[in-house]
Structures are given as C-alpha cells and as structure tokens.
Design a protein around this ligand. Structure first.
Ligand code: NAD
Length: 244
C-alpha cells in the first residue's frame, strides 16, 4: 500500500534508530512529509536515502529545544514519540538519579512534545499522537524492569488523559506497547547478559522469535492514518504473544 499518509506532516522523536527510525521511514513511504529528530546526527543523516530530507538534532530532555523546534515545525498532523531508555534492575538498583532520568526521558519528554505541538493541532482541528510505551509495565511485570515499567505505565496513562481531554477537538492519542523488538539498544541489553542473552529473550517468545521494528512501524502507520479514525486512548499491544 502507498499514500496512506499522503498530505500529512509528521514529527518523529528518536528517529535515528530502532522503532522511531522504522516508523519515520514507513511514514515517508506512505506519503507523509516527515521531520525526523534524534540526538544522533549520523543516524539522522542516513535517513536521506529513505526520502526523509528534513532532520534536526533534538534532545527530548531539553524543554526549550522542544518548544523551539515545535515553532519551527509548525502544524503537524502526526506526532510520534519514540524516545525511551531501559533501566535494568529492581527497586534496590534504582537510585533517585536513575528514577529521575528514566521518568525525564521516557515520560516527561512526551509531556514536553505534546504540550509544544498540541496547540497547533487544536487550531487545525486534527492530529494523531502516537506514544511508544511497552508491554512491560502496562500488560506484564517483567523482571528487572522496575522503573522502566513504571515509566511505560505512566505513558499509557498520559496517553489516555490526552485522548479524553481533546476527543471532541479532532485529536487522537494512542500508545503502542511492543514486546521484545530487535533494535540496536535491545541487542545491547542482550549482549550485556552474556553470549546466551539474545536466546534468553527469544526463549520467552511463544512465536519463537523477536519482533522487528518494521512490524511496530506498521501499527504506527495505522494509528497515524485516518484508517484508525475511531480509535483513541488505547494502549495497543504488539508482542508476539509474550503476554499470553
Ligand atoms: P533505541 O532504544 O535503540 O533508541 C532509539 C533512538 O533513541 C536512538 O537513535 C537514540 O539516539 C535516541 N535517543 C536516546 N536518547 C535520546 C534523547 N534524549 N533525545 C532524543 N533521542 C534520543 O530504540 P528502540 O529499542 O527502538 O526503542 C524505541 C522506543 O521503543 C523506546 O521508547 C523503548 O522504550 C520502546 N520499546 C522498545 C522495545 C524493544 O524491545 N526494543 C520494547 C518495548 C518498547
């Protein structure tokens, strides 16, 4: 399929790698004009070969930078919030600093971008916001995902709150809750567990494999497009049966 997002303008955070990158590329393939951002310049530059010419360095932890780039971007139809960090450990491993960092990057970043982009969406009377949450924390308690799970549950709650507050004004807000997806950071977490790390992640998957970023991007396209016009405030699970 093509042109499912034709005529739409999309803004994507954490677009240089993994789920954000695959979503930005899928949006462009479906005809959207994509503004891709990340802290990784080189990763952003390589998006040009996928038809994404507009990129900018953006640290989603920087409120002033988020506000400035929203002014620069103008009105967008789609806001995809993908930035997130996985802290490994239990409550006993999570210092105040760890807690604050995870909440700042995983949750407050979405508060920042939504606050910055929503006013123009409201003026236009339309907009689809898609927040990347996780199956962990929302649908399942995963070992050693103490603060990560807490942040992703907060993302799901924030998503519903935005959805209900602006449902009469043309705004939709949905969350995507992936299971274990083969991305650069996920492979890094697997490697940190040792040579069997990747297999350990695979073994908990009833389908016998990890997900890939393109499979998450396909859901992001659906939620960004008018095909999902009757869907808002939902945490959409996509996990290869992990939580069954
Ligand atoms: P990733 O963790 O590898 O990171 C993707 C990008 O985030 C990188 O390009 C990185 O430069 C960027 N980034 C990091 N800090 C940033 C910041 N402060 N500002 C802007 N960009 C920043 O990619 P991923 O594994 O695809 O994760 C993307 C999202 O999906 C995260 O929110 C993650 O929690 C969520 N998620 C991932 C999985 C998985 O198994 N990979 C599962 C569930 C949810």
């Amino acid at each position: 399929m093509t042109d499912r997002l034709k005529g739409k303008r999309a803004f994507v955070t954490a677009a240089a790698a993994g789920i954000g990158r695959a979503s930005a590329i899928a949006f462009a393939r479906e005809g959207a004009e994509v503004f891709a951002t990340d802290i990784d310049d080189a990763g952003l530059a390589s998006l040009a070969e996928h038809g994404i010419a507009r990129t900018a360095k953006l640290d989603v932890r920087d409120t002033a930078a988020v506000e400035a780039i929203a002014r620069e971007a103008g009105t967008v139809d789609i806001l995809l919030n993908a930035a997130g960090f996985v802290h490994h450990g239990t409550v006993l491993d999570c210092s105040d600093t760890d807690w604050d960092f995870s909440f700042d990057l995983n949750v407050k970043s979405m508060h920042r971008t939504i606050r910055a982009f929503l006013p123009a969406m409201l003026e236009a009377g339309r907009g689809s916001i898609v927040n990347i949450s996780s199956a962990a924390g929302v649908f399942k308690a995963a070992p050693n995902r103490y603060v990560y799970g807490a942040t992703k549950a907060a993302v799901a709650a924030l998503t519903r709150a935005v959805a209900v507050d602006f449902i009469t004004r043309g705004i939709r807000c949905n969350a995507i809750c992936p299971g274990t997806i083969e991305t650069p950071s996920m492979l890094g977490r697997a490697a940190a567990l040792g040579p069997q790390g990747r297999e350990m992640f695979v073994s908990r998957q009833p389908m016998g494999r990890l997900g890939n970023s393109e499979e998450i991007a396909a859901l992001a396209v659906y939620l960004a497009s008018d095909e999902s016009a009757f869907t808002t405030g939902v945490a959409h699970i996509i996990d290869g049966g992990w939580t069954l």
